[in-house]
Ligand binder design. Structure first.
Ligand SMILES: Cc1ncc(COP(=O)(O)O)c(C=O)c1O
Length: 491
């Protein structure tokens, strides 16, 4: 990497200059950078003055030839990729673009079942055929991990005509599969590798973090720069390696099919700044954060009723789908305190003023990013220390039907066909044996409980009711909780 070049922030620099120019705006946006406008008064005149429209000097995201093209080159260099595309609709749009670039209608794509909802949306849009590969499950923590190389081999053997394989690197819980081997095997079988690095934008910048997809030779990857490296929410990137599997022009065309023609310069310039910062200072920042995370986890491991995933969890022999682990993720098991992860999540917010990333039945997840400090991590440890003191030994461990959450649902109809079929709403308790017409997920993490075209079984109904009782946030098409769209005309 050329560190001198990485100091450049072409979008931010041009925008700062543009902001000072005495231009009278008869273009959009409609606030016209008016310092007295309601929006400037509420959000700050500085912020509004950076909110610009595409012009010749500021370039255009859908057809970059100037500063945006330059910023994308710098981004590609920082991530070891041949090409980079800035995105203003999160990795959600990166996932859509990756799958639509790789798959035509009916093409097979191998995906783990613990994917984000955007993957299912992409499969619906592309009309692709999902071939589900089971991730490894840790029943003790109640989480899904990575995919094993053997599982990839078996799936490819059964579906040698697959067009692409989709991998999460790392999972929400920080677990990485043996991506290097997976890429090698897939490429040997002419299968493109698409990687969801929504939670891994920081990976390339420290040797003790799992390897990033582009460095390992994946064909496409998408990373949420906003999640870990400090750019503004919604700013993400799509990366491409020219391995002969995915055509770069198709990628640009696909992004433009979905992306706005009025990209936010606040988002674009924030990516420019975040990329320069992480490229120049990432190693130092993460050396210090990783040290602090490891010290914090050593303390958490000593607390009665609390366990935490550390690098000891890694098993390079690939027995459990944990080839590598991102130490910036705090996966903390709390059910021995007699509380569910959901309860601890709420207690942390209400009683300790700590917003955790997510909860599952037995665990809560805290994520560390560039903005964290020793003090913020100390507060996390203090809260766990206190909660352990308050609850340990007072009640029986919290136990639930973990295995049922990870049973692979049965696909009856392709997701796209189900999406376009007539549907009607039924009460979840009356839906046994019906075919689901919508995606239902609990957010976060946004992993679907069931997707269009899958069979509704007793276990799905029990899982749905369980999450309802836990007061989880449901994301589904029908706003009414307890109601599910199923296929067929209503009688
Ligand atoms: C695994 C995974 N992939 C993709 C996404 C989508 O990312 P974004 O929020 O940047 O659209 C998320 C969001 O949480 C995610 O968890």
């Amino acid at each position: 990497m050329n560190y001198e070049r990485q100091k450049l922030t072409p979008i931010y620099t041009a925008l700062s200059k543009y902001k000072e120019e005495p231009i009278v705006h008869f273009d959009v946006p409609g606030h016209k950078k008016n310092k007295n406008s309601f929006i400037a008064k509420a959000l700050g005149a500085d912020l509004v003055s950076l909110d610009a429209n595409s012009t010749k000097e500021l370039d255009m995201l859908s057809h970059p030839v100037g500063i945006i093209a330059e910023a994308e080159d710098l981004l590609a260099e920082a991530y070891d990729a041949d090409d980079a595309f800035m995105l203003v609709n999160g990795s959600t749009s990166g996932v859509l673009a990756m799958i639509l670039s790789a798959c035509s209608p009916k093409d097979k794509i191998i995906i783990p079942r613990n994917v984000h909802k955007s993957v299912i949306n992409a499969i619906i849009l592309a009309g692709a055929t999902p071939i589900f590969i089971q991730p490894e499950i840790d029943y003790d923590y109640g989480i899904a991990n990575g995919i094993k190389v053997d599982a990839v081999k078996e799936t490819i053997k059964a579906h040698p005509d697959a067009k692409a394989l989709f991998v999460i690197n790392p999972t929400y819980f920080g677990v990485a599969s043996d991506l290097r081997k997976i890429i090698k095997i897939c490429h040997r079988h002419n299968i493109a590798v698409l990687v969801d690095e929504a939670h891994g934008a920081h990976l390339p910048f420290h040797p003790n973090l799992p390897d990033c997809a582009m460095k390992l030779g994946a064909d496409l990857s998408t990373a949420s720069l906003h999640k870990t490296i400090g750019s503004l929410t919604q700013s993400s990137a799509l990366f491409h390696n020219d391995n002969g599997f995915i055509d770069i022009d198709k990628v640009r065309m696909t992004i433009n099919l979905m992306q706005t023609t009025s990209a936010s310069y606040l988002l674009l310039s924030s990516m420019d700044l975040a990329r320069s910062n992480i490229a120049l200072k990432g190693k130092k920042i993460f050396t210090s954060l990783l040290k602090k995370c490891s010290e914090a986890k050593a303390k958490l491991s000593q607390l009665p009723g609390i366990s935490v995933i550390t690098e000891d969890y890694i098993d390079e022999a690939d027995e459990n789908g944990v080839y590598d682990f991102d130490e910036t993720k705090f996966v903390v098991k709390v059910n021995e305190l007699g509380l569910s992860g959901f309860q601890v999540y709420t207690i942390f917010k209400n009683e300790y003023n700590i917003q955790l990333e997510l909860a599952e039945s037995y665990v809560v997840l805290a994520v560390v990013g560039v903005g964290d400090t020793d003090e913020s991590i100390d507060k996390l440890v203090d809260a766990f220390t206190d909660i352990s003191k308050r609850f340990y030994g007072k009640q029986e461990p919290y136990v639930t039907h973990i295995a049922d959450f990870f049973e692979k649902p049965k696909t009856i109809v392709l997701p796209r066909d189900a999406y376009f079929s007539p549907k009607h709403p039924v009460r979840i308790d009356d839906a046994l044996g019906e075919i689901c017409g919508e995606s239902i997920m609990i957010y976060p993490p946004g992993i679907p409980l069931i997707i269009p075209g899958e069979l509704i079984t007793e276990k799905i109904i029990a899982n749905y009711n369980y999450y309802l009782r836990q007061n989880c946030v449901f994301m589904n098409d029908d706003n009414e909780t307890g109601i599910i769209q199923v296929l067929g005309e209503s009688q």
